[in-house]
Design a protein around this ligand. Structure first.
Ligand SMILES: Cc1cc2nc3c(=O)[nH]c(=O)nc-3n(C[C@H](O)[C@H](O)[C@H](O)COP(=O)(O)OP(=O)(O)OC[C@H]3O[C@@H](n4cnc5c(N)ncnc54)[C@H](O)[C@@H]3O)c2cc1C
Length: 402
C-alpha cells in the first residue's frame, strides 16, 4: 500500500471489489464480444453509489476525493476495463471541469445527468488536431444572441451513448475576431446540428464507442458556454487543468488491468505444472512475477500520490503526467508478461488475457500520448515552456535551420 488509506477508504475499496467481482466480471468478455455499451454495469455502479461520487454534496453527489474515485476505478478495471472507464468519466474529466468552472445551472444539469447514469463526452480531438489541440478548427461564431458551431471531432469516447457533451471550439465575436478557446455544453438528441457520424472499429475497449462527431450549424445560447472565471483567453488552460483528473483516472484503469492480469498469472503459476513441478518453481518464472509486482507497486504509488496531490483542487499536472506515463507503459508490459506465462492458453479468446492486452494498449495514446506527456514533465523540470511549433522555436531565438 503506497499511501495511508482511512477505514472509510478501505471499506469503499472492499465494497467496490465485491461489486466488481459480481456481474461486472462475469459480463466483461460478453461486453467485449458484443461491443455493446454495458447499461447494466451503469445501473450496478449507480446503485452502488459509484457514479458522480466526486460531485459536491450540494449538487447531490458525495464530495468524494480523487483518491476515493481511484480506489473504485482500480477495482472496476481489474474485472472489466469498460466499467473502469465509466467510473473515470462519471467522476473526472468533463464532469469535474463543469463542476469547477460551470454556472449554477450548468452544474445542476451535469450533476443530475451523471447521477442518473449519463457518461459525459469530452470533445477536443480533431482529424487534423490531435496532440496539437490548439490547431483545432471547430469554431463557434457569435451571431446575435447565439453561437453557431461548425466543425468535426473524432475519437470521442461515448459518442452515440453519451448525452451531455463538452465541446471545445475556437470562439469568434460578431466581427470575426478570435476570442479564445471555449467549452460548450450540448445535449445529444436535444441539439440540432450535433451528428454522430460513425463509430471507430477499435482494437480493444470495445464496449464503449469511439465516434466521429460533426457540428453542422449547431446553434447554442451563450449560457451553453462553460465560462471559466479567468475568461476565454485563459479559460482553456483552466479547463485543461481539470483534465489532469482524467489523466489520473486513465492511468488507474491501466493499473487495474495490469493487477487483474497479474492475479491470474500468479494463480496459474501455481496451478500449471511442467517437468513435474509448478512452473513457479522455475527461477525465470519467479523473477518475472517479482518484476511484475514491482511495476505494479510503483505504478500504484504514483497514481495514489497524483490523486492525493489534488486534495484541494485538481491533481498536479506533472504528477498526473508522470503517473500516466509510467503506469500505461508498464501495464502493457505486465499484461504481456502475464499472457506469456499462460503459454498458448494466453493467446486464446477463452481467457481474458488477450482482451486485457488489447484494452491496455490504449493508455499510452488517449488523454495525451506518453510522448506529449513527457514534454509536460520536461517543461516542469526545466521550468520553461517548450514550444513544439517551428515558429515557437523561432520566437525563442532560434533559426529555421536549427
Ligand atoms: C480509445 C481512445 C479514446 C479517446 N477519447 C477521446 C475523447 O473522449 N475525447 C477527445 O477529445 N479525444 C479522445 N481521444 C484522442 C486522443 O486524445 C488523441 O488520440 C491523442 O491526443 C493523440 O492525438 P492523435 O491520435 O491525433 O496523434 P498525433 O498527435 O497525430 O500523434 C502521432 C504521434 O506523434 C507523436 N507526437 C506528436 N506531437 C509530438 C511532440 N510534440 N513531441 C513528441 N511526439 C509527438 C505522438 O506522441 C504520437 O506518437 C481518444 C483516443 C483513443 C485512442
Amino acid at each position: 500500500m503506497s499511501v495511508h488509506l482511512s477505514p472509510e477508504q478501505l471499506a469503499l475499496q472492499a465494497k467496490a471489489r465485491e461489486v466488481a467481482e459480481g456481474t461486472i466480471r462475469a459480463r466483461a468478455a460478453e461486453v467485449d464480444r458484443t461491443e455493446e455499451y454495458p447499461w447494466d454495469h451503469v445501473a450496478t455502479m449507480k446503485d452502488a453509489g459509484f457514479l458522480g461520487m466526486t460531485i459536491p454534496q450540494a449538487y447531490g453527489g458525495q464530495s468524494k476525493s480523487w483518491l476515493d474515485a481511484v480506489l473504485v476505478i482500480e477495482e472496476m478495471a481489474k474485472c472489466c476495463s469498460i466499467a473502469g472507464r465509466i467510473a473515470v468519466e462519471t467522476n473526472m474529466g468533463a464532469v469535474s471541469a463543469i463542476m469547477a468552472y460551470g454556472s449554477e445551472d450548468q452544474k445542476k444539469m451535469a450533476a443530475d445527468m451523471v447521477l442518473a447514469g449519463d457518461k459525459p463526452a469530452i470533445c477536443i480531438t480533431e482529424p487534423d488536431a490531435g496532440s496539437d489541440a490548439s490547431g483545432m478548427t471547430t469554431r463557434a461564431d457569435k451571431r446575435g444572441n447565439r453561437y453557431v458551431v461548425n466543425g468535426k471531432k473524432h475519437w470521442i469516447t461515448g459518442g452515440g451513448v453519451s448525452r451531455l457533451h463538452l465541446i471545445f471550439a475556437k470562439v469568434f465575436d460578431e466581427q470575426g475576431n478570435f476570442e479564445g478557446v471555449g467549452g460548450f455544453l450540448a445535449i445529444r438528441d436535444e441539439t440540432e446540428g450535433l451528428e454522430i457520424v460513425r463509430r471507430e472499429p477499435t482494437m480493444g475497449l470495445r464496449g464503449i464507442p469511439e465516434a466521429e462527431i460533426a457540428f453542422n450549424d449547431m446553434e447554442l445560447p451563450p449560457s451553453a458556454l462553460v465560462m471559466p472565471p479567468r475568461g476565454l483567453k485563459k479559460g482553456f488552460a483552466d479547463l485543461m487543468t481539470a483534465y489532469n483528473s482524467q489523466r489520473v483516472g486513465a492511468g488507474t484503469v491501466a493499473l487495474g488491468i495490469m493487477e487483474g492480469a497479474f492475479d491470474l498469472a500468479l494463480a496459474w503459476s501455481e496451478e500449471r505444472e511442467q517437468f513435474g513441478r509448478p512452473i513457479n518453481e522455475f527461477q525465470g518464472v519467479q523473477w518475472r512475477l517479482a518484476d511484475m509486482s514491482i511495476k505494479i507497486a510503483a505504478a500504484q504509488a504514483l497514481i495514489y500520490k497524483a490523486a492525493e496531490s489534488g486534495a484541494d483542487g485538481f491533481p498536479d499536472k506533472m504528477m498526473a503526467a508522470q503517473a500516466k506515463i509510467f503506469t500505461s507503459e508498464n501495464a502493457i508490459q505486465v499484461v504481456n508478461d502475464a499472457l506469456q506465462m499462460f503459454g498458448a492458453r494466453g493467446y486464446s479468446r477463452n481467457l481474458p488475457l488477450e482482451r486485457m492486452a488489447r484494452d491496455v494498449r490504449m493508455f499510452t495514446i488517449g488523454g495525451g500520448t506518453a510522448e506529449v506527456l513527457r514534454n509536460v514533465v520536461a517543461s516542469d523540470l526545466l521550468k520553461k515552456k517548450l514550444p513544439q511549433t517551428r515558429d515557437g522555436y523561432l520566437k525563442a531565438g532560434r533559426t529555421a535551420a536549427e
